[in-house]
Design a protein around this ligand. Structure first.
Ligand code: SAM
Ligand code: SF4
Length: 342
């Protein structure tokens, strides 16, 4: 399942910021649309969609991605909205596979059964799936759609087909923290990494710091249920975002991603390209750099990318103090996650 390697990359300084971090990981949002409506991601009244002529075409996505790859990006994640709702998804995957980088996808899994052959053919192995509850009613409540069965069936299919699957669950107090142990039990017989993600503040998602579930609370629940001696910390990956653990004897593992309370800014290597071709240097920042308009005008993108990266703040878009996050003026004019691409 190895992708073709046809592009020579050079490591240039444009992807290194003023804090010495090199950004080799690009996340591309393929769509602002989604077949679910998760309350923490999609505002209640939906979002104003970008007119289709202002969204990147498949060829524009590949050409802009190529500029990043030529300058040192070696890992690309496709996300959204829901990336698989895009009609030309298979074409994008095929063209992307020619760039010779590692690539992966984040999806809600509702449509993965249609793409198993394409994933295999074009070398996509790493699949992150969002699933916030193992209870069909709660799933329906949080996603505003009655699709739990399909999502769970497809996750099992992906594992059975041999893909590297991670399940992302956004923890929200009073909603799903009582399912932490059940999620970890999924890893008993499955080669699966479950990751608990902290609820992050975005436009219209009614974020509140009291809804956060801390790492300590998660580990307390784990220890209470499995016993402290069963919990095994694992070695962190390079540029890690998740602190990983395993329950002794279990096939899979679980991780905790504390982007809000304990951000991984020091080792951040990520940049984001929205579906309308805007570069975001940080998930928490509302600053964006339009790459699509200059690309269409035939301008060179490298200087723009360099400038955008040099504006990247050391920590959480300059919100060094946790309490700054509770100030709505600082985060409420950041787009919703659905429009950024998580
Ligand atoms: N539709 C795909 C999916 O759900 O996996 C891809 C896009 S989604 C925006 C990408 C990731 O962002 C998902 O794992 C989702 O749980 C996460 N996400 C969205 N809103 C979030 C929030 N407010 N806090 C934390 N994670 C969030
Ligand atoms: Fe859609 Fe993913 Fe956002 Fe849920 S988290 S609304 S599945 S984009």
């Amino acid at each position: 399942m190895a992708p073709n390697t046809t592009l020579m990359t050079k490591v240039t300084p444009i992807l290194t910021d003023t804090h010495g971090r090199t950004h080799n990981y690009l996340r591309i949002s393929l769509s602002e649309k989604c077949n679910l409506r998760c309350t923490y991601c999609m505002p209640h009244d939906g979002i104003e969609l970008t007119p289709s002529e202002d969204l990147m075409t498949a060829d524009e996505i590949i050409s802009i991605a190529r500029v990043f790859v030529e300058n040192g990006v070696d890992k690309i994640r496709l996300t959204g909205g829901e990336p698989l709702v895009r009609k030309d998804f298979s074409y994008i995957l095929e063209e992307l596979s020619k760039l010779g980088v590692r690539f992966s996808i984040t999806t809600n899994a509702l449509l993965t059964h249609r793409f198993i052959d394409d994933f295999k053919r074009f070398g996509l192995q790493d699949i992150n799936v969002s699933l916030d509850s193992l209870n069909a009613e709660k799933f329906k409540f949080i996603t505003r759609r009655d699709q739990y069965k399909k999502a769970f069936e497809n996750i099992n299919q992906l594992i059975a087909e041999g893909f590297h699957v991670k399940v992302n669950a956004v923890l929200m107090k009073g909603f799903n923290e009582d399912e932490i142990v059940d999620f970890i039990k999924l890893t008993k017989d499955r080669d699966l990494n479950v990751r608990f993600i902290e609820f992050m503040p975005f436009d219209g998602n009614e974020w509140n710091k009291n809804k956060l579930v801390s790492q300590a609370e998660i580990l307390n629940r784990v220890n209470d249920h499995f016993g402290i001696e069963a919990l095994q910390p694992l070695v962190n990956e390079k540029n890690f975002t998740a602190r990983n653990f395993k329950i002794k004897g279990f096939k899979g593992s679980f991780g905790i991603i504390s982007s809000v309370t304990n951000p991984f800014c020091d080792s951040c290597n990520r940049i984001r390209l929205t579906a309308n071709g805007r570069l975001k240097n940080c998930l928490f920042s509302n600053a964006e750099t339009d790459l699509l308009t200059p690309f269409r005008a035939g301008e060179n993108l490298e200087q723009l990318i360099d400038k955008a990266l040099n504006k990247k703040e050391a920590v959480r878009a300059g919100m060094t103090d946790f309490d700054q996050l509770t100030n709505p003026d600082l985060h409420n004019n950041n787009r919703s996650m659905i429009a950024i691409g998580g």
